[in-house]
Design a protein around this ligand. Structure first.
Ligand code: MN
Length: 479
């Protein structure tokens, strides 16, 4: 077995990072976790509400079966044990949570003890993935947008009661790049199994990062700080890097960090202290008397397992089996273009070329709607020499924009195949006009290759294939 390559530490010698991540994912249900209020992003404030999510007296929660099913899908995809679970009340006051408690799970979560394998092959252990409800959203209206100098605050309860799955990793992550890889992989899994849309920009994914440092080689867990609600992959990496350096600086100065929650300030590029961290006992967890335990039957779990789609890890393997390698494979699956590539290859397209396009030239909206037969046709036009790689790239962009056939688009753009005989004739003319330079090229002045290539490109208006020119030049040089 090969040992996966780990990220080198971006810390002063002798220190390493210890990172655990808590990812909150909003589940893609039609209605909320415990009420029939709609669950969708972007509605006018306080329109997706129901007496249950407003915490009105006399209301009772009813569990959304779909939310449980989606949570089990994720648990199985993360290799967790799916088990009997209990909803608990997590008690705290905040104006965006009118019941004064959040329904969550505590000592008996739905999913426990799994793992997630990164594209590098390294496995991060998943401690638990439990169900809970989201809170509402406060907007503090004032100069800074913070509560301290706000003139007043507005509360929107549309998000209150939206089903969440909180996925908690063990402190197995050792650097910002590894943290980003973990979140990216988790995001791909959540989307693949249909549990969440995984959109950071709409708050469907929020990451809390627990960061501490320790002397390299030690197994101790030092005081950690929890950076709350980081909402992009890039910010996750930056926030972790900043926080780990802050800890090393404190230890180096003979001080120590205190356990607290911190907020990431994107503009300032730093974390700032929030409240000092509550301990679990501060929340006075207890089993919610309004809800019964959920004990998923083995038959139901098997049924959900059998219906799981291929996971990103398996989909990467399928591309590797076609001869794909490295970053191109990872990126293609991340963009969900692997089906397109596999179908195109099945229709006769060259796998390497198809993967290069998927990884390098299809980072655009709508690429996943490309028709695989047309994509295969484009790749074949390129590998058969009808299009140069630059032309193929251009045609591909038009295909995504218009959905039209590559042959039509190439003809319209004037990308007709240059006949090799025609090119040879042109080259002979160019050589005849520059006998001295040709002589020097034949005698080994390699840099003149660029000049001759440029002359042919000029003469053909850029339509010639660079590979064919190189072959022609090499052949003429020998002759
Ligand atoms: Mn939570």
């Amino acid at each position: 077995m090969t040992i996966p390559e780990r990220e080198p530490q971006n810390l002063p010698d002798g220190w390493e990072m210890v990172i655990g991540l808590e990812v909150h994912a909003e589940l893609a249900t039609h209605t909320k976790m415990f009420s029939p209020a709609p669950n969708h992003f972007g509605a006018a404030p306080n329109t997706n509400v129901h007496p249950v999510c407003l915490g009105l007296p006399g209301t009772l929660p009813v569990v959304n079966a779909k939310a449980v099913e989606l949570s089990i899908r994720v648990g199985l995809a993360l290799n967790c044990t799916v088990q009997r679970c209990v909803f608990a009340r997590k008690n705290y006051f905040y104006p965006d949570m009118p019941k004064d408690y959040q329904i969550s799970q505590y000592d008996q979560p739905l999913n426990a003890d799994g793992w997630l394998e990164l594209p590098s092959g390294y496995r991060v252990c998943v401690e638990r993935a439990h169900m809970e409800e989201d809170t509402g959203k406060s907007t503090h209206v004032g100069v800074s947008g913070r509560i301290h100098d706000a003139g007043y605050s507005l509360v929107d309860y549309n998000r209150a009661g939206v089903p969440l799955l909180e996925i908690v990793s063990r402190p197995d992550i050792r650097g910002p790049e590894e943290a980003k890889a973990y979140v990216a992989e988790l995001q791909s899994i959540l989307i693949a199994v249909g549990a969440s849309d995984g959109k950071f920009e709409e708050g469907s994914l929020r990451v809390d990062a627990n960061v501490s440092v320790r002397p390299t080689g030690s197994t101790e867990l030092r005081t950690r700080c929890e950076i709350k609600n980081v909402n992009s992959l890039r910010s996750i990496g930056r926030a972790i890097q900043y926080e780990a350096i802050r800890h090393v600086d404190l230890y180096t100065a003979g001080e120590a960090p205190i356990q607290e929650t911190r907020h990431w300030d994107e503009e300032g590029g730093r974390t700032r202290p929030g409240r000092s961290k509550e301990e679990a006992e501060d929340y006075r967890y207890f089993a919610d008397p309004d809800l019964v335990p959920i004990d998923p039957s083995p038959e139901w779990i098997d049924e959900i397992r059998a219906a799981l789609p291929a996971l990103p890890r398996e989909r990467r393997q399928a591309l590797v089996d076609l001869g794909g390698r490295g970053e191109a494979v990872t990126v293609t699956v991340e963009r969900r273009l692997d089906t397109l590539v596999r179908e195109a290859v099945a229709l006769g397209a060259d796998a390497e070329r198809a993967l290069i396009h998927a990884a390098n030239n299809l980072a655009v909206e709508g690429a996943d709607r490309l028709d695989s037969a047309r994509f295969a046709a484009l790749v074949t036009m390129e590998t058969s020499g009808q299009l140069t790689s630059t032309q193929a790239k251009q045609v591909l962009a038009s295909m995504v924009a218009t959905g039209r056939h590559p042959a039509e688009l190439a003809a319209e753009a004037g990308f007709e195949a240059m006949d090799t005989g025609e090119l040879e004739g042109l080259l002979d003319g160019i050589i005849a006009a520059r006998p001295d330079e040709w002589q020097r090229f034949v005698e080994g002045e390699a840099k003149l290759q660029g000049m001759f290539t440029g002359q042919i490109m000029k003469a053909t208006g850029g339509k010639a294939d660079g590979k064919v020119i190189a072959q022609l030049l090499a052949a003429k040089k020998q002759a």
